[in-house]
Design a protein around this ligand. Structure first.
Ligand code: FPP
Ligand code: MG
Ligand code: MG
Length: 440
């Protein structure tokens, strides 16, 4: 009899693509620099949730169920037209100059005996020279590459995020900044972004290039909204206010901690001067869109663009990713209150200590206006964190947060209904529901 796990795994329809993901990414990020290789592959070694590539692949497979004659959106990039599965017309291919050279193979590396062949990767082939479609499951090679790119961008942002947040763990291991150093973590993140950008360019689709470039900018904007006006616990202000002063990163204080861990002594605390709870919710949701939902929504849109689908499908795919992303981050913010470090794989109960007002405390603020003062000073006085946590309990902040996430989850499920019924669509529905009920 079929084992229940095989039977019930809705993601098995893309398991082939998912199991190749890490290997394909490894091919995209090889360099001639062994240490750089170690740092930039570090987060890929520990099994992450891979939610973003899973969304892209399942959505791509769902889109493949749309009959070809309904996917005749006129594209600027004629290569996309040739990439429809079962395309019968004559491909309008122009010849492309020979394989480009990988600039990152430095003459020095060769001098030092590093074999350039080791670094040779599929990036040396523009995507329009790869097989046109995967007849087995309808997922286009470009969509598979999109899944890899999205995980690379996400991982780059995590390397940077752990430096910014002074984190010490991720995916159950020391975070990149701890395992290597801030500097190497930042550079490895930049390198991943660089390689992701090459891969994006080689998709040869201007609309997708624009979408993915925008998500990178959005990630930074979201992070900036969170960083805005931070206070270090040494009392100094990291202000980006009108006077233009912008100082205080730990290294710039002149008091460089000897151990990375000691950075947590001067964790940044957000100080924005929002005094109105509705404005605070608006700020919170906008920030959440930028830092989490943008990548999911714009990569979902890109998957639909690559499928050649019509505008209303593309819009719904975008909205699906947006609603799912908002749900995902709101649940993340809820789990920050409830999960243990062990199940979460990263520090939990961190947000209040970082001075961050997320949905649970904002819901409590709605009921108890005096909390505005604590939020305004970013829980910096002794006892503030405990008062905030008790208020969250007293006013059912977590339950209300869950309801909010649920609304986005339902909206995401509604967006999926424009897609034809298929196993892939069912798997996306399952994924959407499990994001709401996840505990890590
Ligand atoms: C995790 O959030 C972080 C993000 C979702 C985005 C971080 C973005 C940047 C650092 C901007 C730089 C971007 C690029 C592309 C290099 P979190 O800190 O709330 O979650 P966590 O608990 O997983 O750390
Ligand atoms: Mg962060
Ligand atoms: Mg973080």
């Amino acid at each position: 009899p079929q084992s229940s796990s095989t039977f019930s795994d809705p993601f098995s329809i893309v398991s082939h693509e998912m199991s190749n993901l890490a290997k394909s990414i490894a091919n995209l990020i090889g360099s001639g620099h062994p240490t750089l290789n170690r740092v930039s592959s570090y987060y890929f070694e520990a099994e992450g949730k891979n939610v973003r590539p899973l969304i892209v692949l399942l959505l791509s497979k769902s889109l493949a169920a749309i009959p070809l004659e309904q996917r005749n959106r006129i594209k600027i990039d004629t290569y996309d037209v040739t990439e429809q599965p079962h395309f019968k017309g004559t491909p309008t291919k122009t010849s492309v100059a020979g394989n480009s050279v990988d600039d990152s193979i430095s003459p020095l590396a060769i001098l030092h005996g590093i074999n350039p062949k080791v670094i040779l990767d599929p990036l040396s082939k523009p995507m329009d020279r790869l097989p046109q479609f995967d007849a087995v499951n309808g997922i286009l090679p470009k969509q598979r590459r999109l899944a890899e790119i999205v995980e690379m961008i996400h991982t780059a942002s995590l390397l940077h995020d752990d430096v910014i947040d002074l984190s010490d763990s991720r995916r159950g291991r020391p975070s990149g900044n701890i395992a290597f150093t801030n500097k190497m973590a930042v550079l490895a993140g930049d390198f991943l972004l660089g390689r992701a950008s090459v891969a994006i360019a080689r998709l040869r689709n201007p609309e997708v290039i624009e979408l993915l470039s925008t998500t990178i900018a959005n990630l930074v904007e979201g992070e900036f909204m969170q960083l805005k006006n931070t206070v270090m616990s040494n009392g100094e202000t990291n202000s980006i206010s009108n006077d233009g002063e912008n100082k205080i990163i730990p290294e710039a204080t002149g008091k460089v901690p000897t151990k990375q861990h000691e950075y947590s002594v001067s964790a940044p605390q957000e100080v924005d001067h929002i005094t109105n709870v509705n404005a605070a919710f608006e700020y919170y949701l906008h920030k959440t869109y930028l830092k989490t939902a943008s990548l999911m929504s714009k990569s979902s849109r890109a998957a639909a663009v690559l499928s050649g689908s019509q505008d209303d499908i593309i819009e719904n795919c975008y909205e699906f990713g947006r609603n799912l992303g908002l749900c995902f981050q709101i649940v993340d913010d809820m789990l920050d209150y409830t999960a243990s470090n062990a199940t979460f794989g990263k520090p939990s109960q961190a947000d209040l200590k970082l001075g961050l007002a997320t949905a649970p405390i904002l819901f409590a603020w709605k009921e108890q206006p005096e909390l505005g003062e604590l939020i305004g000073r970013k829980f910096s006085e002794p006892g503030d964190v405990e008062i905030a946590r008790n208020a969250v309990d007293k006013f059912q902040g977590l339950e209300k947060t869950r309801e909010m996430a649920q609304e986005y989850c339902y909206k995401a499920l509604e967006n999926l209904r424009v897609l034809p019924e298929s196993d892939a669509r069912s798997a996306l529905e399952f994924l959407t529901n499990s994001i709401l009920t996840r505990n890590k």
